[in-house]
Design a protein around this ligand. Structure first.
Ligand SMILES: Nc1nc2c(ncn2[C@@H]2O[C@H](COP(=O)(O)OP(=O)(O)OP(=O)(O)O)[C@@H](O)[C@H]2O)c(=O)[nH]1
Ligand SMILES: [Mg+2]
Length: 594
């Protein structure tokens, strides 16, 4: 059977997963209500976090599809997939046109010589403008130095959500057949010879409690069988031996145990406990290894420590340093963009690709029953030839015209310079800026406030550049509890004029816990447990009713954004609390003096 290998790439939310799901459903590989976004956090947030592969059968051809995440934090997931496939579906929202991550994933694809198929999706949106989007995509191809052949890409118009695709805008169509046919027409047949010695390279890792580490990758040549002895070569030529114990193929999202893995196919192999992404698995040990698969370096870092707050251990099942260490070691098995320094027994240093990248790990851990604390995320600064470098990002914002001034000014103070501005439909402008990642930490929430929730912002790291010097951020001041006990509505009512509260009445707090931030930016001690208890008053009518502004509930990401460097974020299965590193006023002033 012929095989075609493709990846679906795009900016976040442009419809990759919806399209993949629809392709799977049309070809009978997946039922209703099943999605490639199968992880619980993916389902909740509606975004893809992990690259996943599946396979479908169409007209006697097996099509392996890798669905990739669009969020910039997970860019390394995309990068390592691209080398192992033969073409990409570049999905672009017909209203938004190309966005920062479109550029990133297209650039990587073109560099590898891939010939993309353009899918202009969401043509059903009232403000969709497929012609303009197509023109912008072509501009982008040319700007990125695409060859003539690459710029001559086929275009398919789609409403992924309805499972419809067409080759011309005014064609009639009721399913995705036009897209499937375009794939067969344009994507080269998977190459490789079943008669040659076996060559395999993993682009993804999996883990199974019984089978251990699993390697997902492409068979370039040859055929593998269970219990076959192999050699594993690192990109720099070191060699070790191993044995493939079991083999799995894909059908839909399912893995199906198989007796063979053949040249051209994407498969999963068990039995190689120390295999890593980018290594080459071969039977002819004299063969040169395949080129390494590069993964972008981490850009932010934070400390990770045992929860030692007064409420530690109330909710979590796993709270010790040893348990955290073990869990993090396991994470490193599959989380390629993550680095951890375990040198100190109590404080681990995590380095990751962005706040969301790390927040997802923390969220997974709390759901599994872990408790922990983290310090404020910092960008990674490094030296090269005596020059101090820090990560820089490109930010693209779409905002209604009336907010453009505020956004440019606010980002300007955070070290960002505008590189482009153009109208984007009625009364919306698209502004492109460049500046240090450092200036962006803690900005997301401000952006929502500044644009009254109507702005869209996306960003991606563009590399390390010389340190941008001091930047002026608005410092958030903390409102810190000086008592331990239950928060009272009346006390909170008294405090709410001073800033934004993170807690609601009856929340248990401890001394040194940060219960809100102050609007003027000053540090403030408060007693949320003091005052008359108003429960009776509230139940007896409205005469003396107090009206509380809804609390700004902390989530892991919100916490990471507002916390200062003298604070920890405490994360447990049920709660996210912000606290001072030093819990009492006395300790804090002592710490300040030393
Ligand atoms: N109007 C419209 N909405 C669509 C269409 N296709 C997808 N969507 C919606 O767009 C949103 C994002 O879709 P996803 O498929 O999750 O996008 P994605 O590209 O996989 O997102 P990430 O993996 O997080 O980068 C969802 O709310 C979809 O329902 C379409 O053709 N028309
Ligand atoms: Mg997705």
């Amino acid at each position: 059977m012929e095989i075609r290998n493709i990846a679906i790439i795009a900016h976040v939310d442009h419809g990759k997963t919806t399209l993949t799901d629809a392709l799977m459903r049309q070809t009978g590989m997946m039922g209703e209500g099943v999605s490639m976004d199968s992880d619980s956090i993916e389902k909740e947030r509606g975004i893809t976090i992990y690259a996943k592969n599946g396979a479908l059968y169409y007209k006697d051809t097996k099509i392996n599809i890798v669905d990739t995440p669009g969020h910039a934090d997970f860019g390394s997931e995309v990068e390592r997939v691209l080398r192992s496939i033969d073409s990409v579906l570049l999905v672009v929202d017909a209203q938004e046109g190309p966005m920062p991550q479109t550029r990133f994933v297209l650039k990587k694809s073109l560099e590898l010589g891939l010939k993309p198929i353009l899918v202009l999706n969401k043509i059903d949106k009232p403000a969709a403008d497929p012609a303009r989007a197509e023109e912008r995509v072509l501009e982008l191809f040319l700007e990125l130095g695409a060859s003539d052949e690459q710029s001559n890409f086929p275009v398919v118009y789609a409403i992924a959500r309805e499972g419809i695709a067409k080759k011309r805008l005014n064609d009639e169509s009721k399913d995705l057949t036009p897209l499937l046919d375009t794939i067969l027409e344009w994507v080269p047949k998977a190459s490789g010879s079943v008669d040659a010695p076996f060559v395999f390279q993993p682009f993804n890792l999996g883990y199974d409690n019984f089978l251990g580490r699993l390697a997902i990758g492409r068979v370039y040549d040859g055929v593998a069988h269970p219990n076959m002895s192999v050699s594993i070569k690192t990109p720099d030529g070191q060699i070790r031996n191993g044995k493939i114990t079991r083999i799995f193929n894909f059908k839909g999202l399912e893995r199906i145990e198989s007796e063979t893995a053949e040249a051209g196919d994407i498969v999963m192999l068990a039995g190689l406990p120390d295999i890593f992404i980018g290594e080459t698995v071969i039977t002819d040990s004299t063969r040169e290894p395949l080129p390494a698969i590069a993964v972008d370096e981490p850009t932010i870092t934070l400390n990770f420590l045992v929860n030692n707050s007064p409420f530690a251990g109330r909710e979590g099942k796993f709270v010790t340093s040893r348990q955290l260490h073990e869990r993090l070691e396991n994470e490193l098995e599959v989380n390629v963009g993550l680095k951890i320094d375990f040198t100190s027994p109590d404080i681990f240093t995590l380095r990751g690709r962005g706040e969301l990248h790390i927040a997802v790990l923390l969220e997974n851990m709390r759901r599994e029953g872990y408790e922990m604390q983290i310090s404020q995320p910092q960008v990674i600064v490094r030296e090269e030839g005596g020059v101090k470098l820090e990560p820089f990002e490109e930010v693209v914002v779409d905002v209604p015209g009336e907010f453009q001034g505020t956004v440019i000014e606010r980002l300007g103070r955070r070290g960002f310079q505008m590189t482009d501005m153009r109208p984007e439909g009625d009364n919306t402008v698209r502004i492109t800026l460049e500046g240090p990642t450092r200036g962006l930490l803690g900005y997301k929430n401000q952006f929502v406030v500044d644009t009254k929730g109507e702005g869209i912002m996306s960003s991606r790291v563009i590399g390390f550049k010389p340190f941008a010097g001091d930047i002026r951020k608005r410092q958030v001041g903390s409102m810190t509890s000086m008592a331990t006990g239950k928060a009272l509505g009346f006390a909170l009512w008294n405090l709410q004029d001073r800033g934004v509260l993170y807690i609601t009445p009856a929340t248990e707090v401890y001394e040194g816990q940060v219960i809100g931030n102050t609007s003027k930016g000053e540090e403030m001690a408060a007693n949320p447990t003091k005052g008359k208890n108003l429960t009776n008053v509230r139940s007896s009518g409205n005469d003396e009713a107090i009206v509380l502004v809804p609390a700004w509930k902390l989530t892991i990401e919100r916490g990471m954004e507002v916390m200062s460097d003298d604070e920890y974020l405490e994360i447990t299965p049920e709660s996210v609390r912000l606290r001072k590193k030093h819990l009492t006023e006395t300790e804090r002033s002592k710490a300040k003096r030393t």
